[in-house]
Design a protein around this ligand. Structure first.
Ligand SMILES: NC(=O)C1=CN([C@@H]2O[C@H](COP(=O)(O)OP(=O)(O)OC[C@H]3O[C@@H](n4cnc5c(N)ncnc54)[C@H](OP(=O)(O)O)[C@@H]3O)[C@@H](O)[C@H]2O)C=CC1
Ligand SMILES: O=C(O)[C@@H]1CCC=N1
Length: 276
């Protein structure tokens, strides 16, 4: 980026904080990051931690944005966008919405005009620069804006662009919600290990490192996860027993059902919110 854009966040919750934290950690100037939300307490926490600009006034800050990140709950996005229509009347910032299940035509309709809009589905590991973001650009987004968005989200992890907005439901179910699946597995693995007699602290430390090590290995290896799994399974050994137990318990069906439940909820949200 030659001249870095002023990035304004509407909403200062979990996800905005994660992205802001990742951006600042990657060296993005805090003076070029602003956030707006109702809670002064949340804003103070953000400005103390990251030295970014904060305000409770969506209008004033939105009018200064080169890039406006909509980081509020999907259910209030319509009200927030409708309210921003007037301050954006003579402005043309790049809009980036991270709201689950809200489609770009609805955002355009609520903002009252055609605008460059990118839909992004990030995830909370952005806070430690290990995010995974799926992105979709509408037809108004220029190559330069696409590049700017890509650089922002690459500074907090990995990016993947999709060409069909409909695929965002699957991305949401995969990587948007995904960190929670692995935290659940860490909880379950730790509890199970403690039941074998291991101290909790030991179980947590080794459990987390095992997840991290497996992910790093899968990332670096040319082998597919299925082969990496087989490489751990000595014939007649311990892993084989555990994997057989997972398979007997229907782990693949459990994953398929859960991921499709999340994708279906994203579709439901899109239908519900589009009808408001
Ligand atoms: N959490 C996640 O893992 C992910 C979330 N998302 C999406 O990110 C979005 C935000 O989620 P998340 O951060 O978890 O939610 P949070 O509830 O943590 O944050 C929502 C933020 O919106 C603020 N807000 C509420 N009303 C307004 C308003 N009128 N104007 C400005 N700000 C307002 C809240 O203010 P206050 O601080 O005062 O409460 C809060 O800071 C959602 O749309 C979600 O779908 C996407 C990917 C992953
Ligand atoms: O649970 C949610 O709806 C949001 C979207 C993806 C992750 N959190």
């Amino acid at each position: 980026m030659d001249k870095k854009p002023h990035i304004v966040f509407i909403g200062a919750g979990n996800m905005a904080s994660s992205i802001i934290g990742g951006l600042v950690a990657s060296g993005y100037p805090a003076s070029l990051i602003s956030a707006s939300a109702p809670s002064q307490e949340h804003l103070d926490a953000l400005s103390t931690k990251y030295q970014i600009n904060t305000t409770q006034n969506n209008h004033s800050v939105a009018a200064e944005a080169d890039i406006l990140v909509l980081a509020v709950k999907p259910q209030i996005l319509q009200a927030v966008c409708t309210d921003l229509a007037s301050p954006l009347n003579d402005k043309n910032p790049l809009i980036i919405s991270i709201a689950a299940g809200v489609e770009t035509p609805h955002i355009e309709q609520w903002l009252g005009k055609t605008l460059p809009i990118i839909r992004c589905m990030p995830n909370t590991p952005a806070l430690v620069s290990q995010g995974a973001s799926g992105l979709f650009a509408n037809a108004q987004v220029s190559a330069e804006q696409r590049q700017q968005a890509d650089e922002i989200f690459q500074s907090i992890g990995v990016t993947q662009w999709i060409t069909l907005e409909d695929q965002m439901h699957g991305i949401t179910a995969l990587s948007g919600s995904g960190p929670a699946y692995f935290f659940l597995m860490m909880e379950a693995l730790e509890d199970a290990a403690v039941k074998t007699g291991i101290p909790r602290e030991t179980a947590r430390k080794l459990g987390i490192q095992t997840v991290l090590g497996a992910a790093e290995m899968a990332k670096q290896s040319e082998l597919e996860p299925a082969q990496l799994k087989r490489n751990v399974m000595s014939p007649g050994g311990t892993t084989e027993r555990a994997i057989q137990s997972f398979e007997d318990g229907g782990i693949r069906a459990i994953f398929a059902t859960a991921v499709s439940a999340a994708a279906n909820r994203s579709k439901e949200l899109a239908e519900l919110l589009g009808k408001q």
